[in-house]
Design a protein around this ligand. Structure first.
Ligand code: GLU
Length: 551
């Protein structure tokens, strides 16, 4: 029995051949050096920060040459698949502004190289498994899991490498007749690639991050089609898809590094040029003194949803990741504070191969600076979008009081030292709540009185201040002069320096007095600029707050 006859017996329905697919998916008509990259997650219903990190590297890699970035849904492990997973991935990429140029959703294919869902490409993989059988480079393997575990035991006992290779690869020596007979009897089987590699030979390839890497040649007869559904394994699908989708650069996790020899062996067996490989490092976090992988179980930031829920502006997540993608990104950002990150020249050599340390403190820092530079109007718009989804009660309030909210957000904005206490949208309510009567009246107050605690004295200070010193029309200097006059009137030192030279002469100093005003209207002893707060609140609100104290 010839290989062709065997191939026909196994894949009677496969009519197209290698050339048909070369014609169906021709090389892309793009300028030389234009990069085609992809994001190829499994649809697990969870976008891990490590996956997103990869997507971003792929995206920036393609876009640095005005190339194409596409999304491929790797759904060959049907057990892990979750409904709605592709929507979630696309929504996440969209949210961060790195949407793919080609993808597939709800049976709508965007792009000429689809389907972009692996389970819909089954016949393509089967065509090439058939081809490999025809040329004698693949064969059905009937070993049961029991036989494979016995093999592992034997190899362990013999201190040999475990796996299906060389003389241990029992089914590689079956004759075509024996194979045909087993198939006719209905024995289940997988299809294995027949390796020609020799483990004693060295194999070198160039990873774009790590440079030249040496491995032994592959000699494993890896499974290319699984038995139950004839779906491909990752290795096989990678070779077929990245060839026919015409990927030029494969960005993937470093866990795939050691599989490169087998991937390249398959590419070469097919007569295809392999893509360039960029194996990205793991994302790590600091845990006490040590570094560890960001874990889905332990760390909320493992999920990209976390950042959305917290309300970090998408640009700040991109920047925080770009910082660990390329070591020169931060300098670039400093020199180009408002430039689109897409204009940064990505260079894989500037990636740290030993691990990318991600820090939430650093993100907060990036984000608070970013938010501090937004205009109050833009911040208001973004805050509305975020609260509408995540804090509808606050949304109603700020939507009803647009002008007032914008002026609150404008406090200490546009200064040389703008306020930087907004690390993300979810902390804003907590930091400005006291400005809104609805929130102020609804909460149980704990006034943070400092040196002056006697409520009678507090009331007297405030009554005098509002009655005789405060005028909404005063500019900031005049306003401060009047607080000083109030101090003089009440035997408080109008400067701290003066107080420190003669403490016994005074009841306290100007800091105590301004604190009384600040705490009375906000309950807090630390706030942004008091003058601006008073201006924004307006006299009626101020009076109401003070009156509340008298009750
Ligand atoms: N589906 C594979 C994974 O999630 C993709 C690896 C790759 O990008 O090639 O690990």
């Amino acid at each position: 029995m010839t290989n062709q006859e065997l191939a026909e017996l196994i894949f009677p329905d496969i009519k197209l051949n290698k050339d048909d697919y070369e014609k169906k998916y021709p090389p892309r008509n793009l300028q030389q050096n234009t990069r085609i990259t992809r994001f190829a997650p499994s649809p697990t219903g969870f976008v891990h920060i490590g996956n997103f990190f990869q997507a971003l590297i792929s995206y920036i890699n393609a876009k640095s040459t005005e190339g194409i970035f596409y999304l491929r849904n790797e759904d060959t492990d049907k057990k892990r698949e979750k409904k709605g997973a592709v929507e979630l991935i696309l929504e996440t990429l969209d949210h961060y502004g790195i949407s793919p140029d080609e993808y597939e959703l709800n049976n709508k294919v965007h792009g000429n190289y689809g389907p972009y869902i692996q389970s819909k490409r089954k016949d393509l993989y089967r065509t090439f498994a058939k081809y490999l059988i025809e040329i004698g480079r693949a064969y059905p393997c009937f070993c049961t899991s029991k036989e494979l575990s016995n093999l592992r035991e034997l190899q362990t006992k013999e201190k040999a490498r475990t796996g299906y290779y060389g003389e241990y690869a029992k089914c590689r020596n079956l004759s075509n007749e024996e194979i045909a007979e087993k198939i006719r009897l209905g024995a289940p089987y997988v299809i294995r690639f027949k390796s020609k590699g020799n483990f004693s030979n060295k194999f070198t390839f160039k990873d774009l991050v790590r440079g030249a890497i040496e491995f032994p040649e592959n000699d494993f007869d890896i499974i290319i089609l699984k038995s139950e559904d004839q779906l491909p394994t990752y290795h096989f699908a990678h070779v077929i898809d990245d060839h026919f989708m015409r990927t030029t650069h494969v960005v993937r996790g470093e866990e795939w590094l050691s599989s490169v020899p087998v991937h390249i062996e398959i590419f070469e067996t097919m007569g295809w040029i392999p893509p360039r490989y960029l194996h990205n490092p793991l994302i790590l976090k600091k845990d006490g003194e040590s570094l560890r992988k960001i874990s889905k179980r332990k760390d909320p930031e493992a999920s990209m949803k976390y950042f959305e829920e917290k309300g970090y502006p998408p640009e700040t997540i991109i920047d925080s990741l770009m910082t660990i993608i390329n070591s020169n990104f931060e300098d670039w950002r400093r020199a180009n504070p408002i430039e689109d990150f897409r204009h940064f020249k990505f260079n894989p050599k500037k990636m740290n191969s030993s691990g990318a340390l991600y820090s939430l403190d650093k993100l907060d820092n990036i984000s608070k600076n970013y938010i501090s530079k937004m205009t109050a109007n833009d911040l208001y718009t973004e805050l509305c979008k975020w609260t509408k989804k995540y804090d509808p009660e606050f949304y109603k309030l700020i939507e009803k009081n647009k002008a007032y909210t914008v002026s609150i957000l404008d406090i200490e904005r546009g200064n040389k030292n703008p306020r930087k206490d907004f690390t993300c949208y979810s902390v804003i309510r907590k930091n400005i709540w006291y400005m809104f009567d609805e929130l102020f009246d609804a909460s149980k107050h704990k006034y943070d009185w400092q040196n002056i605690k006697d409520i009678q004295e507090i009331k007297e200070i405030l009554a005098l201040y509002i009655g005789e010193y405060y005028n909404v029309n005063d500019d900031k200097d005049t306003w401060w002069e009047k607080v000083k006059e109030l101090c003089n009137n009440l035997s408080y030192a109008s400067s701290i320096k003066e107080y420190n030279t003669n403490p016994q002469k005074y009841k306290g100093n100007i800091a105590d007095i301004s604190n009384v005003i600040r705490v009375a209207i906000t309950t807090q002893s630390r706030t942004p600029d008091l003058y601006e707060i008073l201006q924004v609140m307006g006299i009626n609100r101020i009076k109401r707050r003070i009156k509340k104290l008298s009750k």
